[in-house]
Design a protein. Sequence first.
Length: 368
Amino acid sequence: MITAFTFIPASIRADWPFGFWLHLLIFGIGIILLLLSSVIIFIWFERRLVGRFQLRPGPNRTGPFGLLQSVADVIKILTKEDIIPSRADKLLFWIAPVIAFSPVVIMLAVVPIAGGALLADLNVAVLFVIAMSSITSLGVFTAGFASYNKYSLLSSMRVVAQFISYEIPLILSLAGVVILTGSLSLDAMVKAQSVPFIFLQPTGFFIFFIASLAEISRSPFDLLEADSELVAGYNIEYSGMKFATFYLTEYCEAIVLSTLTATIFLGGWQGPWLPPFLWLLLKIGLVFSIIVWIRSTLSRLRIDQVMGFAWKFLLPLAVFNILLTAAITVFWPELPAWMSGLFNLALLLVYVLVRSRFFKPGGEAVGA
């Protein structure tokens, strides 16, 4: 169901024959412009924040406080020569960045930015987001395959394997929220959070956040940018505008991850005193700051550690989280929310303690 965006007059939506399509056009263009402008701001914000973590100022020369540094970088990368390998599949080489970038923008269509203000209030919004996020891996593999470069192809296959592995615990982590909400709609999830789900589903939040970091290849899962690699990865043959599109996709994914985390687990646009949209922005900034904090703190994992963490740690934990949430919902529906959250937090702590006590880092049981 398409909902009305609040700043479009009701007379236009109801009387003008093209009001419906005008609504889609205005909202769609608004989302794209907001996302693109946010990328420039968040790039500057990340560089400044990383500089603080590393005891250095960060960009501070181009423009006041370095605000125009990201603009200068955009101009530089867009004016670079666009080179296509002679033996590459030129059609696939061209459309791979588009395949990777488009789903990231489309996912924002189902995210509510205020009460009833969203482009499409789908009753299967969670499934829609998961389906769109999986398309990005097709763009990655297409880029590696079309480049006619063995290193690029192997890198794309490794990244796709990482995406597929972490999609499973990511999907299962949302099952607990769906059980509590009784709906797959993101708007319904926000309205159901009289208490933010991060307090009722801390285990689900932990799994969702970690798996999402791996999905967007953020540290410590950023094997694409590993200094020990021979090449940069699936995008090694890309330059100019096409490379900028992949770079843009990575930052857009980080912003969309922050938006989904704030919407599903932090109450979305809900909050006292401030306007709803401002509350959502503050929560997105908080989540993005945590992503940057992790990047500045943790070291990069090896590929065997990345895959083992998904299958041997996150997947069993996600299954236990579903069983616990379902059991509480069915057998103790009158249980207070705070006690349910404590049980869920206890599950996470006990699981981490048992794993660290009886298993080696490689995943084998102690004494095996």
